[in-house]
Design a protein around this ligand. Structure first.
Ligand code: UDP
Length: 328
C-alpha cells in the first residue's frame, strides 16, 4: 500500500515526503516539474506528469496500490493569481477534480489536502478559528476554498474522507540540510530576505507600510515546514483510524510583521539586509494569525520549532549551503 504525494517535488511536498519515508511509509510521488526540483525527491517512486492528464493518472493509479493521497500539486502565488486567475482555476480546481475522479474510480477513500489561510480573506478576528468566515480576497485562496467545498461533497457522495490543512506561512528547511525552499521566481518573504543576506539581492521590498498594524507592515504567522510536515502524518493517522472529514488551521498562533522578520533575519545572519518601502501587493490581508487549538486538541499536534529565530536560522542554513538553490 502506498501514499500518493502529488506535488512531492515542491517545497512543502518534499518535506512531507521525507517525513513519510522516515516513518517507513511507501510513497509514490507525482509532479509535473513546472516548479518542482528533482533533487528534492529523496526516495519513493517518482512519476513525472500532470494531475490533469487522465492517461498519466490512470497509469499511476493502476500500477500502484494507493491507499491515500496527500495533495500539494497546485499553483500557490497570491500575487500571480490576481493577474492570471484562470491558470489557478485550471490547475488547482480542475486538477483536483481530475485527481478526485481517479480516487473515485480506484476506490481511494482518504485525502490530506494542502489548503491555506488565504481561504479566510480579511479575518473577522485574530487569532482566526476554523469556524470563522471564509471570504478570500484573491483567486488563489478562492481556488483552495472551492476545493475544500468539492471535498465536502465528495465525502457526502462517495465517502471520501479528507483532512484540509489551512497553512499559514510555511518557512525554514529540513534539519538534514538536504531540502529547503527554492521557488523560481522567488516571491516569498523569508527566502527573499535570505537572498538579500547572501548579497544576491540588493534589498528587500516591503510591500506596504500603511496597513493598520503597529509598524504599518503586514503581520503573518510563520510556521516551520517540519512542524507542518508532522501535521500531515497526524492527519493521515486520523483518517486511517476512521475519523471523519476535518478542517484544521496550522500556525504557531503568533504574528510577526514584515519589518520584524527582516530585523530578526539581520540578527540570525549577522548580515546587513537593506529594505525599501514599496506599494502594497494586491490581495494581501493586513494580519493573518492562526488559532491552532483544534489540531492541538484533536490530533495532539504541537510545534517543536516554533520561534521565529529558530525558523529563520534553519532557512539561513539552507540558503548558505545552497546559495543557488537546487541544481535542477
Ligand atoms: N512580502 C514583502 N516583500 C516581499 C515578499 C513578501 O513585503 O518581497 C510580504 C507580503 O506582502 C506578505 C508577507 O510578506 O505580507 C508574506 O508574504 P509571502 O509571499 O511570503 O507569503 P503569503 O503571505 O503570500 O503566503
Amino acid at each position: 500500500m502506498s501514499i500518493l504525494v502529488t506535488g512531492g517535488a515542491g517545497y512543502i511536498g518534499s518535506h512531507v515526503a521525507l517525513e513519510l519515508l522516515s516513518k517507513n511509509e511507501e510513497i509514490v510521488i507525482i509532479d509535473n516539474m513546472q516548479k518542482g526540483h528533482k533533487s528534492a525527491i529523496l526516495g519513493g517512486k517518482f512519476y513525472k506528469g500532470d494531475i490533469r492528464d487522465r492517461e498519466f493518472m490512470d497509469e499511476v493509479f493502476s500500477r500502484n496500490d494507493i491507499s491515500a493521497v496527500i495533495h500539494f500539486a497546485a499553483n500557490s502565488l497570491v500575487g500571480e493569481s490576481v493577474t492570471v486567475p484562470l491558470k489557478y482555476y485550471d490547475n488547482n480546481v480542475y486538477g483536483t477534480q481530475c485527481l478526485l475522479e481517479k480516487m473515485v474510480e480506484y476506490g481511494v477513500k482518504h485525502i490530506v489536502f494542502s489548503s491555506t489561510a488565504a481561504t479566510y480573506g480579511e479575518p473577522e478576528r485574530i487569532p482566526i478559528q476554523e469556524t470563522d468566515r471564509t471570504l478570500p480576497t484573491n483567486p488563489y485562496g478562492d481556488t483552495k476554498l472551492a476545493i475544500e467545498r468539492m471535498l465536502r461533497w465528495c465525502d457526502e457522495a462517495y465517502g471520501i474522507k479528507s483532512v484540509c490543512l489551512r497553512y499559514f506561512n510555511a518557512a525554514g528547511a529540513h534539519k538534514s540540510g538536504m531540502i529547503g525552499e527554492d521557488h523560481r521566481p522567488e516571491t516569498h518573504l523569508v527566502p527573499i530576505v535570505m537572498e538579500a543576506a547572501l548579497g544576491k539581492r540588493e534589498y528587500v521590498q516591503i510591500f506596504g507600510d500603511d496597513y493598520d498594524t503597529p509598524d504599518g507592515t503586514c503581520i503573518r504567522d510563520y510556521i516551520h515546514v517540519s512542524d507542518l510536515a508532522k501535521a500531515h502524518i497526524l492527519a493521515l493517522e486520523s483518517l486511517r483510524a476512521g475519523n471523519g472529514s476535518k478542517v484544521y488551521n496550522l500556525g504557531n498562533g503568533e504574528g510577526f510583521s514584515v519589518k520584524e522578520v527582516i530585523e530578526c533575519a539581520r540578527k540570525v545572519t549577522g548580515r546587513e539586509i537593506k529594505s525599501v518601502i514599496s506599494p502594497r501587493r494586491a490581495g494581501d490581508p493586513a494580519v493573518l494569525v492562526a488559532s491552532s487549538d483544534r489540531i492541538r486538541k484533536e490530533l495532539g499536534w504541537s510545534p517543536e520549532e516554533d520561534d521565529l529565530e529558530t525558523i529563520l536560522s534553519s532557512a539561513w542554513e539552507w540558503h548558505r549551503k545552497h546559495p543557488d538553490g537546487y541544481p535542477d
